[in-house]
Design a protein around this ligand. Structure first.
Ligand SMILES: [Zn+2]
Length: 188
């Protein structure tokens, strides 16, 4: 929980989401249950069911002052959660995805991937690049092509065999490979 809540703080910092909730309170992040890991619910459109369970967490709603709820737009910067290396980039159903291996990840014989999705990578960002914690790696993508959905950052964490080549780390693999272990980002 600590690591994910630290990441939300990092998003607040790099985007200068100044907070006047009083008493030194931090930005308050809000999640519909359909935005959470393994949910079957939609948080958009008809609010019925997803085709499959959610493989991560969707981040967009927040509150910086009493009464007001805001959500991301395409100016929102996406920081790296930690130091790491860009293993791959690929398309997703809204925009693009960056696949990162962060250092200090859960130690195991497998590789732990951090997946930032529905974003536009920063210009010049290349596969193989070393990134530092708090580096802005992307912006949240506008969803004008899919107006039922608010712009949001989808964040996933997968555990996968080290034998899989980085170039194969795409949504095709993440959504079909039974050997991938999905980790709830809240429990990182
Ligand atoms: Zn999502």
């Amino acid at each position: 929980m600590r690591r994910f809540s630290d990441y939300l703080d990092l998003i607040s910092q790099v985007n200068d989401l100044s907070c006047d909730l009083g008493n030194g309170q931090k930005v308050l992040w809000l999640f519909h249950c359909g935005m959470l890991f393994s949910s079957r619910d939609k948080w958009w459109g008809d609010f019925k069911f997803r085709h499959s369970t959610h493989e991560g967490i969707d981040i967009t709603y927040y509150r910086t002052h009493p009464g007001g709820m805001q959500c991301f737009d395409d100016s929102i910067k996406v920081p790296a959660m930690d130091d790491g290396i860009i293993l791959n980039t690929c398309d997703d159903f809204l925009a693009q995805t960056i696949v990162v291996e962060h250092k200090n990840a859960i130690s195991s014989s497998k590789r732990v991937l951090f997946v930032y999705a529905h974003i536009i990578p920063e210009k010049g960002l290349k596969i193989g690049h070393v990134i530092r914690k708090k580096d802005v790696i992307a912006r949240v993508c506008d969803t004008y092509k899919n107006p039922l959905l608010r712009p949001h950052l989808h964040f996933s964490c997968f555990e996968i065999s080290k034998k899989v080549l980085p170039k194969h780390l795409t949504w095709t693999l993440f959504s079909t490979n039974p050997d991938i272990n999905l980790i709830n980002p809240v429990f990182l």
